[in-house]
Design a protein around this ligand. Structure first.
Ligand code: TYC
Length: 105
């Protein structure tokens, strides 16, 4: 029997022979709570560096405040490293102890 597109056999073959897609590993960027960094500063950082709306930024900041940590984004290794460095630099400039880290997903 012929093997036209859409026939059951054709579909199975296509699935079985599909090469494995190589995806780069992704990294979670985590923001950590502390007792000293002002809430407004954290909200500002989230708006400025993670393109969040004011409402989103408040929500994530409060999650960190209550739970100790939250994921603020998932990026390639290079972008995650850059985001962490940018957060740490903004915090350092204002002398806030805010900590930001990354973790393989
Ligand atoms: N806990 C801080 C305060 O009460 C606010 C805060 C939120 C600090 C999130 C860091 O990642 C943080 N001022």
């Amino acid at each position: 029997m012929s093997n036209r597109p859409g026939d059951r056999e054709e579909v199975e073959l296509a699935v079985k022979t599909r090469p494995k897609t190589q995806r780069p590993p992704m990294y979670k960027v985590l923001l950590l709570n502390d007792d000293f960094t002002p809430m407004e500063f954290v909200v500002h950082v989230l708006e400025r560096l993670f393109n969040m709306t004011h409402a989103q930024a408040i929500e994530i900041m409060l999650t960190v405040h209550r739970k100790g940590v939250a994921v603020v984004g998932v990026f390639s290794h290079e972008i995650a490293e850059t985001k962490v460095a940018q957060v740490m630099e903004l915090a350092r400039r204002q002398q806030h102890p805010l900590q930001c880290t990354m973790e393989k997903e």
